[in-house]
Design a protein around this ligand. Structure first.
Ligand code: PAF
Length: 283
């Protein structure tokens, strides 16, 4: 595996490649990332991974400084997985001048849920992903469903900017007890790690209730969301949201949508101690 740190070296390595599959990451790689690499290998060759902790997508009080940086370990894992090139730029390479041009996702997708609680997050993500796409020129790129809203934002960006990159979704990888794998799980104390899978259990319970009761009014959905939020709070979580949305747009379902049985997804973000976890489940 070649490790390159500059855009020029990256382009030189990839010259002439016609089916590059790309997996952007922020490093501290775990089995979830490895499953993205494997899926990428099914859709293209060579596989290119990037590791870049993107300052633009972190809010002023978020964990940019303490975000785990483990490049040597990451490189070993990627090499073992058969990745062809690892692109690991530093900040000066990606942002040699202040990034004044930015990609602004539409508010009805980018300013809700994660975007509401992390203002500017999807602007930061879209901007770096567009830049990375220009560096790698991939034919396909893989994004995990764990970051459900991010996947939708990137898909819509690719569509609306007519990018020549097909966006491939990857299923969430979970620990045996159901906790979605995430680089931020390392922040959890032992006690918190024991509690953490209950977020997924609550999503599963929400899924079962909806499947069993087939709600036909938005008020029933709101009441269920509130009941599930209360359960999280009672368990000691500090939730930002637990919300049942249309899969196609992430908007709230109208009575018509519910009667038509439009596909739904439940998404949640909540803090356990100082760690903020997100998860989701299609219904
Ligand atoms: O999902 C992530 O790790 C990041 O948001 C991404 C897509 C690598 C952009 O920095």
């Amino acid at each position: 595996m070649k490790i390159v740190h500059t855009i020029d070296d990256l382009r030189a390595q990839l010259r002439g490649q016609l089916r590059t599959a790309f997996v952007p990451t922020m490093g501290n790689l775990h089995e979830g990332h490895m499953s993205l690499m494997r899926l990428a290998a099914k859709h293209g060759d060579p596989v290119v991974a990037s590791v870049f902790v993107n300052r633009l997508q972190f809010g002023p009080n978020e964990d940019f400084d303490r975000y785990p940086r483990t490049l040597a370990d990451d490189a070993k894992k990627l090499e073992a997985e058969g990745v062809y090139v690892l692109f690991a730029p530093d900040e000066r390479e990606m942002y040699p001048v202040p990034q004044e041009f930015r990609v602004a996702p539409p508010g009805d997708l980018g300013d809700i849920l994660e975007g509401h609680f992390r203002p500017g997050f999807f602007v930061g993500v879209s901007t770096v992903v567009l830049k990375l796409f220009h560096c790698v020129s991939p034919q396909v790129a893989v994004f995990g469903k764990k970051d459900y809203q991010q996947l939708m934002v990137i898909r819509r960006m690719a569509q609306q900017f007519s990018l020549p990159t097909e966006i491939i979704p990857a299923e969430t990888v979970r620990a045996e007890d159901g906790l979605a794998l995430s680089s931020r799980n390392v922040y959890l104390s032992e006690v918190e790690r024991g509690e953490a899978p209950n977020l997924y259990r609550l999503l599963q319970e929400t899924q079962s209730i909806i499947r069993e009761t087939n709600p036909s009014e938005p008020e029933e959905i709101r009441a269920l969301e509130e009941a599930q939020l209360r359960k999280l709070i009672e368990r000691g979580w500090r939730p930002d949201y637990l919300s049942i949305r249309l899969r196609s747009t992430l908007k709230c379902a109208t009575a018509d949508d519910l009667v038509r049985r439009e596909a739904l997804v439940v998404l949640a973000a909540a803090r356990l101690g100082s760690t903020r976890l997100i998860d989701n489940l299609e219904i």
